[in-house]
Ligand binder design. Structure first.
Ligand code: NAP
Length: 268
């Protein structure tokens, strides 16, 4: 693994990522740390961040640029505590990646109040809470990025996922409204909308297909792959790449946009 000490041509930023214990969030945290940013990787449990901890043990430089903090997006006091710790050590957060999310599927008539509330609370209200907590100092400074990891389910209907779809559509609406609010400042607000990405979340969807249709694992995988015109699942580092692009100074003019990483499944 090669670890560049500093960024070339770009500034090192203070980045907070929610849901960094695995999947897309962990990949974004590792990638941005290796790029030279100061990374605040957060998870509900500190133990979920052990892999990042191990990575940072490789050098003094990495250790000095990584904070590992507990943060539950459904718990305002845990959000406030984590952000206060960052402010005290490094100053205000310059890039927020709202990544934490949960997914569950059910036909609408079988969607319980609990499932509905959980999707909305984590995916939509959770992103709102964390964004609200970091926004003011960001708006007063000369640079800021709010990035929401939504989904193609935030742009189009997906079968048997009314609660997830509603939450991810909500994220897109919030992102767009925020984009107008921050337009007079140096902050931008954008979303990344992946198709199926190879993580535990996509694995759970495959397990579901297997269980409900008695198909083999590779057939269940083909079902998910077939959603994209590229006939494949996407990789977490493709989402990292899009985050890198949005963080860059050159992306200053991109605001209020939902960038799909889905091989052309949704064109909007
Ligand atoms: P994942 O592997 O299941 O990881 C989800 C992450 O969210 C975990 O780190 C989890 O932490 C965290 N999380 C869940 N509830 C939380 C809470 N209340 N507070 C803080 N963190 C919480 O999923 P993923 O595939 O990486 O998904 C990341 C994001 O991408 C999600 O927003 C998801 O909706 C979106 N997305 C994923 C796909 C896909 O196919 N994978 C496609 C489109 C969009 P714990 O370890 O504490 O559970």
């Amino acid at each position: 693994m090669t670890i560049p000490a500093t960024l070339v041509g770009e500034q090192s930023r203070i980045v907070l990522i929610t849901g960094a214990s695995r999947g897309i969030g962990a990949t974004i945290a590792m990638g941005l740390l290796q790029d030279g940013h100061r990374v605040v990787a957060t998870a509900r449990k500190r133990s979920g961040l052990n892999e990042l901890y191990e990575l940072a043990q490789q050098s003094k430089d990495l250790k000095s640029r990584l904070m590992l903090l507990e943060l539950d997006v459904c718990d305002q006091s845990s959000i406030d505590t984590a952000i206060a710790q960052v402010n005290q050590r490094w100053g205000h957060i310059e890039v927020l990646v709202n990544n934490a999310g949960v997914a569950s599927s059910a036909p609408l008539h079988k969607t319980s109040d609990e499932l509905w509330a959980q999707m909305l609370d984590v995916n939509l209200t959770g992103s709102f809470r964390v964004t609200r907590a970091v926004l003011n100092p960001m708006k007063k400074s000369a640079y800021g990025r709010v990035i929401f990891i939504s989904s193609i389910a935030g742009l189009a209907g997906c079968l048997y996922t009314s609660a997830y779809c509603a939450s991810k559509h909500g994220v897109i609406g919030m992102m767009r409204a925020l984009a107008l609010e921050v337009a007079p400042t140096a902050v931008t607000s954008n979303a990344i909308c992946p198709g199926f990405v190879e993580t535990d979340m996509a694995q759970a969807a495959m397990d579901n297909i297997q269980a409900s249709t008695q198909r083999a694992q590779d057939e269940a995988r083909k079902v998910l792959e077939a959603f994209s015109p590229q006939q494949r699942l996407f990789q977490p580092d493709e989402i990292l790449h899009t985050v890198r692009f949005l963080i860059g100074d050159g992306a200053r003019g991109i605001n209020g946009q939902a960038l799909t990483v889905d091989g052309g499944q949704v064109m909007h």
